[in-house]
Structures are given as C-alpha cells and as structure tokens.
Design a protein around this ligand. Structure first.
Ligand SMILES: *[C@@H]1O[C@H](CO)[C@@H](O)[C@H](O)[C@H]1NC(C)=O
Ligand SMILES: *[C@@H]1O[C@H](CO)[C@@H](O)[C@H](O)[C@H]1NC(C)=O
Ligand SMILES: *[C@@H]1O[C@H](CO)[C@@H](O)[C@H](O)[C@H]1NC(C)=O
Ligand SMILES: *[C@@H]1O[C@H](CO)[C@@H](O)[C@H](O)[C@H]1NC(C)=O
Ligand SMILES: *[C@@H]1O[C@H](CO)[C@@H](O)[C@H](O)[C@H]1NC(C)=O
Ligand SMILES: *[C@@H]1O[C@H](CO)[C@@H](O)[C@H](O)[C@H]1NC(C)=O
Length: 311
C-alpha cells in the first residue's frame, strides 16, 4: 500500500515536471519569436531565477528562508557516512535557529544522499532543508579535498568566504567535531572574538580550525589587501588556521586567552584540563586516553569519528 502510494506520488511528480518542462519550452519558443535578442536574454535569466527557487527545497521552499544574515555554520566533507546526518542535525539543534548550516560537498554525494529527490534520503534531513535550517552546496571541481594542501587552499579561498556573505560570524566544523548539549555556555557567548578554536599551544594565540568561530569581515579584509595563504606559507606543512590566527594577531584582532579558548573547544592533551567545554575536535587522534571521561560529559561525542578530511 505504502509502496503503491510512493509510486503514485513519484508518477505524479514526474507528470508535473514533464508538464512544467514542456510549458517552459513552449514559452521560450514563443518568446524567441516575439522578443528582441536583448529582451529574450533577460527573459531567460528570469526563468533561471525561478528554477533556482524550485530546486532549493523539495517542496519548492525559496532560498530566502535560509537565513545567513549574521551567523552561519559550515561543514565541508567530500565523503559521506551514516554519521553525517545525525551529527549535522545535532549541531542544528544545539546551535539553534539563528545558525543555519551549510554542508559543502561533492555533486555526487549531494545527489546520492542529501537530495530530497534521492530514494535513499533521510526524511528528517529533508524536513530540515525544507525549513531552511540546512542547505547543501557543491564545492567546485577546482578544489581537491583529498589532500591536506587542497583542504588548506579551499578553507583559505576567497570563493568559500564569499559564499558565506553576508554572515559576520562563521562557525567552521568538521565531521570529527562535536558541540555538547550539556555545556553551560553556547557558541554565541564567544561572538566577541575574531577567531576562537582549541588552543594549539599554551603560550601562543594560535587556534585549531576544525571547530572554530571566525570573523568573516576580517578574513575578507585580508583578501582585499591581496594576502593569500598559498603565497605566504607551505600549504602542505602549515594549516590555514595557523595562518589566519597569525594574521589576525598581527592586526590586533580580539583573540581569546588560552583558558577562554579551552572553554570553547578542546582537542589537545593539555586542553583536557578544561572538563566542560562547549565542544571538542579530533580527540580520537589527539586525546584518545580521555575518551571515556569526555563521553560521560558529552555522550554525543560518539557521533564523531576520525575524519578523512585532512585540514
Ligand atoms: C534571521 O536572523 C536574524 C539574526 O539572527 C533574526 O533577527 C531574524 O529574525 C531571522 N529571520 C528569520 C526569518 O528567521
Ligand atoms: C539505496 O538503498 C537501497 C536499499 O537499502 C540499496 O540497495 C542501494 O544500494 C542504496 N543506494 C545507494 C546509492 O546508496
Ligand atoms: C587530488 O589530489 C590527489 C593527490 O595529488 C590526486 O591523486 C587526485 O587525482 C586529485 N583529484 C582531483 C579531482 O584532482
Ligand atoms: C611554547 O610552548 C611550546 C609547546 O607547546 C614550546 O615548544 C615553546 O618552547 C613554548 N614557548 C615559550 C616561549 O615558552
Ligand atoms: C570583525 O572584523 C571587523 C573588521 O573587518 C571589525 O570591524 C569587527 O569589529 C570585528 N568583530 C565583529 C564581532 O564583527
Ligand atoms: C613543504 O613542506 C613539506 C612537508 O613538510 C615538504 O616536504 C616540502 O619540501 C615543503 N615545500 C617547500 C617548498 O618548502
């Protein structure tokens, strides 16, 4: 019965798509006959805009619902596991409605697992997309996310940060990061900082980027001044997070003390002095002996796994 219904809905959807397609072709043909080349171009661009809206959500929810006005969270991953959807939905729930999330991935992962049109997609995920809480975007093929240098170039690219316009605050997280629903503070308690993440060293203002909050305008300032990570650093050896932290420090950005940064995120063994942070990153690699203690405070840590994205 259920399968039959699905079949009917499927057939109905395709009939509607066919009808829309044929109508569009007829309208364009008619316009081509009656309009000047200039008006025709404008007309076609307009149809393009409407199609964008149609493809934004499975029920035609326009992109405008998706609110990036001041804050946005992003995850990038060119791989997919069954952990990704629960993990991202958990971030959505803990961050709250003022933090829409963008999942940047490859075309094939988007089509196979994350599109409402895929027969295997998650119903709960599709609802979040329809509500404008989550959005999927495709990373251009010019970025290679399978190497450390490629990931660094992507995360320090003008392309990415322009995508996030007009957000002022960007939370970057990876599939090996988690924010804890038991935490006494939220990400919003750290908005005053231009860059915050797990402190890499006890005596330097350097922060890891895998779970980090960043001031997007300041990043755009660096690009506007012609500064580029790839021109200044060895992209294989150094991380974009190291570069951004250093550049921010040089221009007098507001950066947290080691103690404050550890309240936000923990990753390295020396960070574990902080027992109740807002979140964690890459602890499977860096602080494995603390896993049991962390799981007691932050049971959702089990949704994270050693990441394949090498940042
Ligand atoms: C979008 O976000 C801003 C700032 O967080 C908020 O004031 C506004 O109400 C939000 N709009 C919608 C439609 O959620
Ligand atoms: C979709 O799910 C079906 C049934 O579980 C499975 O056979 C198929 O391989 C899945 N397709 C993809 C692309 O994962
Ligand atoms: C990405 O880089 C790796 C290592 O250099 C290479 O093997 C792979 O083919 C590259 N992928 C693309 C899509 O360029
Ligand atoms: C800062 O800490 C690192 C270890 O994280 C150490 O190697 C370095 O010598 C320290 N620098 C100073 C100035 O204390
Ligand atoms: C972010 O950076 C800009 C400079 O580009 C600065 O004006 C602003 O105060 C910074 N902080 C916040 C929270 O926006
Ligand atoms: C960049 O760093 C890598 C890894 O440490 C090293 O193998 C490579 O020679 C360095 N490249 C340059 C141009 O220094």
């Amino acid at each position: 019965m259920k399968a039959q219904n699905h079949g009917l809905v499927f057939a109905a959807k395709h009939a509607i798509l066919l009808f829309v397609g044929v109508s569009l072709i007829m309208m364009v043909a008619l316009a081509a006959i009656t309009l000047s080349p200039h008006s025709l171009t404008k007309y076609l661009l307009n149809i393009g805009k409407h199609l964008d809206k149609i493809t934004a959500g499975s029920s035609g929810a326009p992109l405008s619902i998706f609110n990036t006005s001041s804050k946005v969270a992003i995850i990038t991953d060119a791989t997919f596991t069954n952990r990704h959807i629960p993990l991202i939905l958990h971030f959505n729930s803990v961050l709250g409605p003022a933090w829409p999330i963008i999942y940047f991935t490859s075309q094939s992962i988007a089509e196979t697992y994350l599109s409402p049109a895929s027969p295997n997609s998650s119903a709960v995920w599709n609802r979040a997309i329809d509500d404008g809480r989550i959005q999927v975007r495709i990373v251009p093929d010019s970025f290679n996310l399978t190497t450390r240098a490629g990931v660094n170039l992507y995360l320090s690219s003008r392309w990415l940060w322009e995508q996030l316009h007009p957000a002022r605050h960007v939370l970057v997280f990876q599939a090996d990061a988690m924010i804890c629903a038991n935490a006494h503070k939220t990400v919003d308690d750290f908005l005053e900082y231009d860059f915050i993440g797990a402190p890499i060293s006890p005596n330097a203002s350097l922060y890891n980027g895998g779970l980090s909050l960043r001031n997007r305008s300041m990043i755009m300032d660096l690009f506007d001044e012609g500064l580029e990570f790839a021109n200044e650093r060895n992209t294989t050896k150094d991380g974009e997070d190291f570069w951004f932290s250093t550049k921010f420090g040089e221009r007098g950005a507001k950066l947290p003390t080691t103690e404050t940064a550890m309240e936000f995120a923990c990753q390295y063994k020396f960070n574990m002095a902080q027992k109740r942070p807002v979140g964690y990153h890459k602890i499977h690699k860096k602080a494995q002996s603390h896993m049991a203690e962390i799981a007691e405070w932050c049971p959702e840590i089990s949704l994270t796994a050693p990441g394949r994205l090498r940042g």
